[in-house]
Design a protein around this ligand. Structure first.
Ligand SMILES: NC(=O)c1ccc[n+]([C@@H]2O[C@H](COP(=O)([O-])OP(=O)(O)OC[C@H]3O[C@@H](n4cnc5c(N)ncnc54)[C@H](O)[C@@H]3O)[C@@H](O)[C@H]2O)c1
Length: 246
């Protein structure tokens, strides 16, 4: 048996793939043979990430919280590539604050990108996949969905992603479309590098495997869920945290 099923002839849309975890995912999917559409608010970085991925991948400017833009982007990808087989919802932001200090703007911004954005792409791409009777949807949630200090907005959005994923898994199963969520723990990216050093160190101490995760650690699990090796796996929520649990 080969090490893993290749993704040749698959078309993948990965959001927030200009850097960090999304970039790691886009590059691994391309390495395994997929043509990847790298979607990001940062158009220039998206184009650079896609060029590095190779395999005819390309970058597009997309704000996932803009419903009309998502619908238009999905239609354009289908027009250009013929179809979308794999959707990875990775775009996400955090705006941490304690409950009593959290502003409406912080709440709205995180819910718009981390939850509504996932809904918009799942609706547009899921409808298309239903027509094709094939698809793999992987939503990047977070260990924080269980609840975390300073993250009422982020945890609520990510818990929403878990509920959304489990619901669409049931709705789309008869169309041979699977949907799963991954929950990274503490992964070294720009999102976590911005933390004060004492908090970064404190997080590391809580991880049984004794190291921060890397984007590639997440990418390998996502690539499995995006492949036919996971054809009998749907509606699952997989922790990728080195044993870390909130
Ligand atoms: N880093 C971690 O420890 C960690 C842990 C758990 C979950 N996550 C999740 O993993 C995902 C990626 O995180 P990361 O650490 O790589 O973050 P990051 O900030 O390094 O990268 C996020 C990318 O998303 C893009 N983006 C932001 N808003 C967008 C929007 N509205 N539309 C499209 N693209 C947008 C950014 O431009 C950036 O390229 C996020 O959903 C995050 O919540 C990260």
């Amino acid at each position: 048996m080969s090490e893993c099923t290749p993704l040749e002839n698959r078309v993948a849309l990965v959001t927030g793939a200009a850097r960090g975890i999304g970039q790691g995912i886009a590059h691994l999917l391309a390495q395994r043979g997929a043509r990847v559409v790298v979607a990001d608010v940062n158009a220039e970085a998206a184009a650079a990430s896609a060029a590095e991925a190779g395999n005819d991948s390309y970058g597009i400017a997309l704000d996932v919280s803009d419903r009309a833009a998502v619908d238009q982007a999905v239609a354009e990808i289908v027009e250009r590539c013929g179809r979308i087989d794999i959707l990875v919802n990775n775009a996400g932001i955090n705006r941490d604050a304690m409950l009593w200090k959290m502003t409406d703007e912080q709440w709205d911004a995180v819910l718009a990108v981390d939850l509504s954005g996932v809904f918009y792409t799942c609706r547009a791409v899921g409808t298309h996949m239903r027509g094709n009777q094939y698809g793999r949807i992987v939503n990047v949630a977070s260990a924080s969905w269980m609840g975390n200090i300073g993250q009422t907005n982020y945890a609520a959005a990510k818990a929403g992603v878990v509920g959304l994923t489990r619901s669409i898994a049931k709705e789309l199963a008869r169309s041979q479309v699977t949907a799963n969520a991954v929950c990274p723990g503490f992964i070294e990216t720009d999102m976590t590098r911005g933390m004060p050093e004492h908090l970064f160190t404190a997080q590391l101490e809580k991880i049984p495997l004794q190291r921060a995760g890397q984007p590639a650690d997440v990418a390998r699990v996502v690539a499995f869920l995006a492949s036919d090796d996971s054809s009998y796996v749907t509606g699952e929520v997989i922790n990728i945290g080195g044993g870390y649990k909130l």
